[in-house]
Design a binder for this molecule. Structure first.
Ligand SMILES: NC(=O)c1ccc[n+]([C@@H]2O[C@H](COP(=O)([O-])OP(=O)(O)OC[C@H]3O[C@@H](n4cnc5c(N)ncnc54)[C@H](OP(=O)(O)O)[C@@H]3O)[C@@H](O)[C@H]2O)c1
Length: 314
């Protein structure tokens, strides 16, 4: 178990992603996934106020609502929730009043008194960063947010955020949520990684399964039709991407585990990473993700994967 930033909170080595909840995962299936995740010892769920506004008929907040109905029946499980602000159609950006209004809306949907980890989802160049930092700080002071996280910021803007907290005494972030996987390393390494390590920020990356590509289920163009996520996977179907899947496959066979478990365990070995995020559309997909929490790769296995992915861009 890794500690969350400089806090005393121990997090299970897998964070559950939930952007399929209210999209390709209906509520009963979502609750089954949450039941299995909590039963295995999982204790941090990742959502955002905007999930899943991209679906026709949805308005955003569907994932939080589904999590809220589960939390209402499972208070004793002590599962923590991370959510995010800036992308909900009604609460765009990171201006102070918007951050406060969005947080209130998330608290209501989740049915909790405080958000355990509240992320700035994407940078907002139109709002002075001082204003955003002050808004997050105020939420912490009011007890509506326990800890602050930052997602998809450049290293320069993260550094600016940290400088503002040092200057003003505002609450410091404890977590980063970058895009990061064996087929996408440039957003995190080296800039954000170096700051995460130096400043004791927990890296909790998304994209670690590359939307399913690093489960090994996509090897040809024909395979892309099996999911709505196939479109996002197409760009990885090239010799370099497939060589990584082959190496994952080889390690997975030797260790008697699934390919997805190896991809997640690799991410956990990387400097600056506390725990990977991964999503399961249905409960059957969850077992290999949970198994990654028990899998310790050898240094050679991890190095072979790292070397194969060294060319990888964003
Ligand atoms: N901060 C951000 O900007 C941001 C952006 C994106 C995501 N996220 C977070 O990260 C989470 C993960 O999202 P992601 O886009 O990075 O997805 P991912 O975890 O890379 O991939 C999840 C998908 O992989 C497939 N999968 C998972 N386990 C599998 C298994 N055992 N066998 C076969 N396929 C399996 C499923 O796809 P199918 O449903 O197609 O089978 C599942 O929906 C999200 O839920 C969200 O919480 C954050």
């Amino acid at each position: 178990m890794a500690k969350l930033g400089g806090t005393d909170i121990e997090i299970y080595p897998l964070v559950l992603g939930t952007n399929t909840f209210g999209w390709t995962t209906p509520e009963p299936d979502a609750h089954a996934v949450l039941d299995a995740f909590a039963a295995a010892g999982g204790n941090l769920i990742d959502t955002a106020d905007s999930y899943s506004a991209w679906i026709e008929g949805n308005s955003g907040g569907e994932s939080e609502t589904v999590i809220g109905t589960w939390l209402a029946k499972n208070r004793d499980k002590n599962v923590l929730v991370a959510t995010k602000v800036s992308q909900h159609p009604e609460f765009k950006g990171l201006a102070g009043p918007n951050v406060r209004a969005a947080a209130d809306a998330s608290l209501k949907r989740l049915g909790v008194e405080a958000i355990d980890l509240y992320y700035a989802h994407f940078d907002d160049a139109d709002t002075p960063l001082e204003e955003t930092v002050a808004a997050f700080d105020q939420l912490v002071t009011e007890g509506k947010v326990r800890h602050i996280g930052i997602s998809n910021y450049s290293p320069e803007r993260l550094r600016e955020w940290l400088d503002i907290t040092e200057r003003t005494g505002a609450a410091r972030p404890v977590a980063l949520q970058p895009k990061y996987s064996l087929v996408s390393r440039a957003a995190f390494e080296p800039g954000l990684r170096d700051i995460a390590v130096a400043e004791n920020l927990s890296g909790l990356p998304y994209h670690v399964l590359a939307s399913g590509f690093l489960t090994g289920k996509y090897r040809t163009e024909d395979d892309l039709a099996q999911s709505v996520r196939g479109g996002a996977v197409a760009k990885h179907l090239n010799p370099s991407g497939l060589a990584i899947v082959d190496k994952l496959d080889q390690i997975a066979r030797a260790r008697g585990v699934a390919i997805a478990s190896v991809a997640l365990a690799w991410a956990r070995t990387r400097p600056g990473i506390a725990a990977p995020i991964a999503g399961a559309r249905e409960v059957d997909q969850l077992a290999p993700l949970l198994a990654s929490a028990e899998l310790e790769l050898t240094a050679d296995e991890a190095d072979e994967l790292t070397a194969l992915s060294d060319f990888i861009g964003a």
